[in-house]
Design a protein around this ligand. Structure first.
Ligand SMILES: NC(=O)c1ccc[n+]([C@@H]2O[C@H](COP(=O)([O-])OP(=O)(O)OC[C@H]3O[C@@H](n4cnc5c(N)ncnc54)[C@H](O)[C@@H]3O)[C@@H](O)[C@H]2O)c1
Length: 108
C-alpha cells in the first residue's frame, strides 16, 4: 500500500457505483480515511479540513453509460467525439482524483 494520502480525509459521493467505488478503493489503498455517500447508503460521515475539487470527465464506461456503450453504433458515435478516440475507464478518473487530493496538487 502506498502512503500518499495518509492523514487525509476524502468524502466520496456516488460511492455505490461506477467511478465512486473505483475512487474509494484507490484512496483507501493510498492511506486516506474515506467517507462514502450514496443515495443507496444509510451512513453519512461528517469531516473537517476537506479539500474541494471537481472532475468533469467525458464519457466513462459505467452503469450510467452502459445502454449507449452496449450498442456498437452509439458507442462508435461517442468514441468519435472524444479526442483520444475512446471512452474513459473508472480507474482513470479515480487516478485523476488521487492526484488532486495529493500534495502534488497542493498550493499550500
Ligand atoms: N460515466 C460517465 O461517462 C460520466 C461522464 C461524466 C460525468 N459523469 C458523472 O460522474 C458521476 C458518477 O457517474 P457514474 O458513471 O459512476 O454513475 P453510476 O450510475 O455508475 O453511479 C452513480 C452513483 O451515484 C449515486 N447517486 C445518485 N444521486 C445521488 C445523490 N444525490 N447523492 C448521493 N449519491 C447519489 C447512485 O446511487 C449511484 O450509486 C455522475 O454524477 C455522472 O453524471 C459520468
Amino acid at each position: 500500500m502506498a502512503d500518499r494520502l495518509r492523514d487525509k480525509v476524502a468524502l466520496i459521493t456516488g460511492a455505490g457505483s461506477g467511478i465512486g467505488p473505483a475512487t474509494a478503493v484507490l484512496f483507501a489503498q493510498e492511506g486516506a480515511k474515506i467517507a462514502l455517500a450514496d443515495l443507496r447508503s444509510a451512513d453519512l460521515d461528517t469531516v473537517e479540513g476537506v479539500r474541494v475539487n471537481a472532475l468533469c470527465p467525458g464519457f466513462v464506461f459505467t452503469n450510467l453509460t452502459k445502454a449507449l456503450t452496449d450498442q456498437p453504433e452509439s458507442r462508435r458515435f461517442l468514441e468519435e467525439k472524444h479526442p483520444m478516440g475512446r471512452l474513459g475507464q473508472a480507474d482513470e478518473i479515480a487516478r485523476a482524483a488521487l492526484f488532486l487530493a495529493s500534495d502534488d496538487a497542493s498550493r499550500s
